[in-house]
Design a protein around this ligand. Structure first.
Ligand code: ADP
Length: 508
């Protein structure tokens, strides 16, 4: 154009200045220049737009005082500490990736900037500053951190031990907290382990499991064991799936601890078998009740015949002969059999636990014949110190009988090695309370047993259910009483419960 056109040729220096100005004006980054005193010599539109000022308002001012006076934490930012100005002193380029600038309206925005010294004939003439609003970048970084924390929390919050292994080397790359807890290794130790070091199963099972994951992308097994740092084997449900991340392939492994589930299953099985036992016993109870009813009549007849025979013998032999004596003994034994049958019927017939105003002495007295045969069969005896004058109280007869039977049965079982020994049953009253005690000469109670004695499913017996004492506890608590157990000084255990004396008028 300069050669052929009529327009005068443009001065190259003017052209250069014009191009430089156009670049400065068009740049999306904020750009401004300062002299060695920090006074701005030029400001581009982006710098003015971001700061909320006009270019005219910014040129000729100390821009540190205008847009850079306060740090992100709100503390003052002295000019002599500012890296932008430092460039005019040390002649070096200063880059800062995380700072804030302040707008005219008093709000701030995050920036990254670079301050480059301007050299003029070997002297520093000032600095040019280029800055960028990094709000979007910071938000994206924060979103990334939030997302990372969210996924970490989900991973760590899983009930299963979860970890990622490299699909090729099978080394552990990452793991959640439960993995460390389950295996007893810290993170550094886990990183040195390969997946195959962590599990065992039936011969070939684990190898087949890993092959299936690699081949089909997923596999699971319920019959493997995690091997902990201490060598313990913990039953686990193992599942793994192939995943892609950052252009790599990994295997995500989840191991769920099956101990609690197995324990629950065993307990359910035990409960079921106990339930069957209970239903058998209850069927037996019904038969016993019917038998007791049926036996009552012939027994009454036997007693009547014996009574009549005794009267006849007395008349015939005039007084006390051996025959009369034997008949009296037979009558006493028949009366005792009748007493046992009566107690049995009361205990079995009263399915509903009705509250009645009764003498605890009577209740105990009626209960002992029921358990005496079992005690005797175990080679033991009952010795009783029962105060017949203990006051009446409101009680559920059958339930109190059940407590007593449980305590005496436990005492007899504890004394299985003490043939010939005695179980002491005592009953007395003091301070408006009725006390009942069952003491044995067994091995007594360990500290551990005492701590959990009345909790359900606590048993030291291979065939025990561990519910007897917890039932005793709830029965006595229902009566507003208390039950305790301790060791006797001379050996053996003593179980003691108290019932408050409550008359029908006391209860509303
Ligand atoms: P179970 O008799 O089925 O085990 P219990 O609840 O009646 O259930 O008793 C719980 C446990 O308390 C027993 O297994 C036993 O270890 C302990 N225990 C109860 N009574 C006595 C006792 N008289 N002497 C020693 N230990 C006892």
């Amino acid at each position: 154009m300069s050669e052929t056109g009529s327009e005068p040729t443009a001065d190259p220096a003017d052209l250069f200045r014009r191009q430089r100005d156009l670049i400065l004006m068009a740049s999306g980054d904020g750009i401004y220049g300062i002299d060695c005193e920090g006074i701005s010599t030029f400001v581009n539109p982006a710098a003015a737009r971001m700061s909320g000022y006009t270019m005219e308002e910014m040129v000729g001012l100390n821009l540190h005082e205008l847009v850079h006076h306060t740090r992100a934490d709100g503390s003052p930012f002295p000019c002599n500490e500012c890296p932008i100005h430092e460039a005019t002193r040390d002649g070096k380029v200063h880059r800062i990736y995380d700072d804030v600038f302040w707008r005219k309206d008093g709000t701030s925005f995050p920036v990254e900037y670079v301050s480059t010294p301007i050299w003029d004939g070997g002297r520093i003439a000032g600095a040019v500053v280029s800055f960028r609003d990094i709000t979007d970048r910071k938000r994206a970084e924060q979103d990334l951190r939030d997302s990372e924390q969210r996924y970490r929390a989900m991973f760590d919050g899983s009930n299963a031990a979860g970890f990622l292994i490299d699909a090729e080397t099978c080394y552990v790359l990452d793991e959640n907290k439960r993995t460390c807890a389950l295996f007893g290794y810290d993170e550094a130790q886990l990183r040195r382990l390969r997946a195959e070091d962590l599990f065992v199963g039936a011969p070939g099972e684990i190898a087949a499991f890993w092959q299936k994951v690699q081949r089909e992308g997923a596999a699971e097994t319920e019959t493997s064991y995690a091997i902990t740092a201490s060598g313990e084997r913990i039953p686990v449900r193992l599942s793994a799936s192939r995943i892609r991340y950052a252009d790599r392939t990994g295997l995500l492994v989840l191991a769920t601890d099956l101990r609690v589930r197995r324990e629950m299953e065993a307990r359910t099985r035990a409960l079921q078998s106990e339930l069957h036992h209970v239903s058998r016993v209850s069927a037996m109870g019904e038969m016993a009740s019917a038998m007791a009813h049926e036996l009552n009549q012939p027994l009454s007849a036997v007693m009547n015949y014996l009574g009549a025979a005794r009267r006849l013998s007395k008349a015939e032999f005039e007084g006390d002969s051996r025959t009369v004596q034997m008949m009296e003994k037979a009558l006493t034994q028949a009366a005792r059999a009748g007493e046992i049958i009566r107690s049995l019927r009361t205990f079995l017939d009263k399915g509903e636990s009705e509250t009645e105003f009764a003498s605890p002495y009577d209740v105990i007295h009626d209960t002992l014949p029921l358990i005496e045969p079992a005690v005797a069969a175990a080679g033991l005896s009952l010795s009783c110190e029962l105060d017949p004058d203990v006051p009446h109280t409101l009680l559920q007869r059958v339930n109190i009988q059940q407590v007593l039977l449980n305590l005496i049965r436990n005492a007899a079982e504890a004394m299985s090695e003490h043939k010939g020994g005695a179980i002491n049953v005592a009953c007395w009253s003091s301070c408006d309370q009725i006390w009942v005690e069952v003491a044995d000469q067994g091995p007594g109670l360990s500290d551990a047993q005492q701590a959990r004695l009345f909790q359900p499913f606590n048993t030291s017996k291979s065939d025990g259910m561990g519910v007897g004492l917890s039932i005793c506890h709830s029965i006595i608590t229902d009566h507003d009483g208390a039950i305790t157990a301790e060791n006797r000084p001379g050996g053996g255990a003593v179980f003691r419960f108290c019932l408050p004396v409550i008359t029908p008028g006391d209860k509303t």
